[in-house]
Design a protein around this ligand. Sequence first.
Ligand SMILES: CC(C)(COP(=O)(O)OP(=O)(O)OC[C@H]1O[C@@H](n2cnc3c(N)ncnc32)[C@H](O)[C@@H]1OP(=O)(O)O)[C@@H](O)C(=O)NCCC(=O)NCCS
Length: 173
Amino acid sequence: MMKMESAMTGGKSNIIVRKVIESDLPVIAKLIDEYNPEHTPSHVPYIEKYIADPMGAAYAFFVAYGLDDVNGVLGCGGYTPDSDGAMGVYWLGAIYTSRSHWRSGIGSAILQHIIRQLKSLGAVKLMTDTGGKENQPEAHNFYVKNGFRLISERKKSDGYPEDESIYRLDLVP
Ligand SMILES: CC(C)(COP(=O)(O)OP(=O)(O)OC[C@H]1O[C@@H](n2cnc3c(N)ncnc32)[C@H](O)[C@@H]1OP(=O)(O)O)[C@@H](O)C(=O)NCCC(=O)NCCS
């Protein structure tokens, strides 16, 4: 029987977060396709690799679903260690929730699950990057609501390839 890992966030006790399994992949691919289809071909093999050897990976990936509908994956997200090898620094990756369930606490349940795991690993910072605030206000609000600080912004209008905002959450006081 699968271990239930987490079943709450801020009073939303009907959301379960658990490690991804193979049968979740089609729904995850659909979630990513809905927002960033160009990322699906790179994200999915990365998640498959984690499913094949979760203990051997330095990263992890999770899904969330409602307790009332155990077969319906409503969101996903994971973390990876800093690619430059900064000690205790992790990046949030591929956090997506079903648009029809936005603002139901699913994204926060996944994020808080990841934060708990990273704290237990002794992590010190969780970073994330996203598109510009103007294009993705929901992502900006989501990070700020969950305690992240905007630490850098790049704008296409200033000659960068894309708008990009980087956020940081300190995991230790
Ligand atoms: C960002 C995202 C993961 C949030 O997921 P979610 O399941 O809606 O998250 P929650 O329900 O926990 O919402 C927490 C907060 O996020 C913000 N938020 C979420 N959806 C929002 C929306 N449509 N408009 C404005 N703010 C929004 C709010 O501050 C919300 O808190 P509130 O409802 O109490 O005001 C989701 O909007 C998403 O999948 N977006 C597309 C992909 C994406 O941008 N991923 C992140 C960057 S790559």
